[in-house]
Design a binder for this molecule. Structure first.
Ligand code: HSE
Length: 307
């Protein structure tokens, strides 16, 4: 294979209670990237559209990953890549993760598919570190594995793919402001109380159990975050209003997508999802802030080759 084009999905990390350890991929939006083998060694970005990102191969989340992979196997060829961002950096929808995970997937194809998904996740985490200072795995693992994932352990890295109840839908609103992951991590508490820790880990257990048993009530009751959301919601204009209107319209729960500002709501079925979409749209229309919204299924397959 000398060329491929891929789709790398946007992702929702944390999923309320699972800070840095839970995530899922969405179907509706993502990036497109192309990878071309070159006789000249090394990596080069030839085109970026859809966002203003660096072409510096040592600073771009995608090219750093490709460069690391080529050097790790001492490849006798190079790779040129193009990146078309389908959604904005700083949205909380795993923008750098889509680039980094897409890069790991694409480079691996040109290398003859030599790395398993776990290794691709590790390479992609390197790109996340370049982009935001921390090698977080929740978004990149969701993009690579598809569906819901649990980062059961960071050291050694262990990713568990979780089942996705078929009627689950996500509604998301992206207020058009950018929040850097680094800044959203800086407001997090360094310590939490034992009471909050108990609440949090019990809800992670409940959410995972709900996913395995198709128990939408349990999923709903477990979509609670007493760790990151209280500290971060002040960065997101009208967060409480959006969350209340989503839940009033029938959402199972709502929370901050990754480090924000996107707010996600999980819903059971298309009809409820549309009601939640309408209600959230109505609640945001009167603010002075521009926004984009989408409804999506959970993306089950992760990054895929599109030609
Ligand atoms: N889990 C990470 C965070 C995701 O919430 O900071 C960042 O994209």
């Amino acid at each position: 294979m000398d060329y491929l084009k891929i789709f790398a999905p946007a992702t929702v990390a944390n999923v309320s209670c699972g800070f840095d350890s839970l995530g899922f991929a969405v179907d509706a939006i993502g990036d497109e990237m192309t990878f071309t083998k070159t006789a000249k060694k090394g990596v080069k970005i030839t085109n970026i559209t859809g966002a203003d990102l660096t072409y510096n191969v040592d600073e771009n989340a995608a090219s750093t990953v490709v460069k690391k992979m080529l050097s790790e196997v001492n490849a006798d060829f190079g790779i040129e890549l193009t990146i078309h961002k389908g959604f904005s950096p700083g949205s909380g929808l795993g923008s750098s993760a889509a680039s980094a995970a897409g890069a790991a997937f694409g480079a691996n194809q040109l290398l003859g598919n030599i790395f398993p998904k776990l290794e691709l996740t590790k390479f992609a985490m390197f790109g996340e570190k370049v982009a935001c200072g921390t090698p977080i795995a929740d978004n990149v693992a969701a993009a690579i594995y598809g569906g819901f994932v649990l980062v059961r352990s960071y050291d050694p890295l262990e990713i568990i793919k979780l089942p996705v109840p078929t009627a689950l839908r996500v509604v998301a609103i992206h207020p058009q402001i950018a929040i850097k992951t680094k800044d959203a991590r800086a407001v997090l508490p360094e310590k939490i109380s034992l009471k909050d820790a108990v609440t949090q880990w019990a809800n992670v257990g409940g959410l995972i159990s709900g996913l395995y048993t198709d128990n939408y009530n349990l999923i709903s009751n477990s979509l609670i975050d007493v760790v990151a959301e209280p500290a971060r919601k002040k960065l997101i204009p009208f967060f409480d209003e959006v969350k209340s209107s989503a839940i009033a319209a029938g959402a199972l729960g709502a929370g901050i997508s990754g480090s924000g500002p996107t707010i996600f709501a999980l819903c059971k079925g298309d009809e409820v999802a549309q009601k939640v979409y309408n209600s959230v749209q109505e609640s945001y229309k009167n603010t002075e802030i521009d926004f984009e919204m989408f409804i999506s299924k959970v993306n089950q397959e992760g990054i895929k080759i599109i030609n």
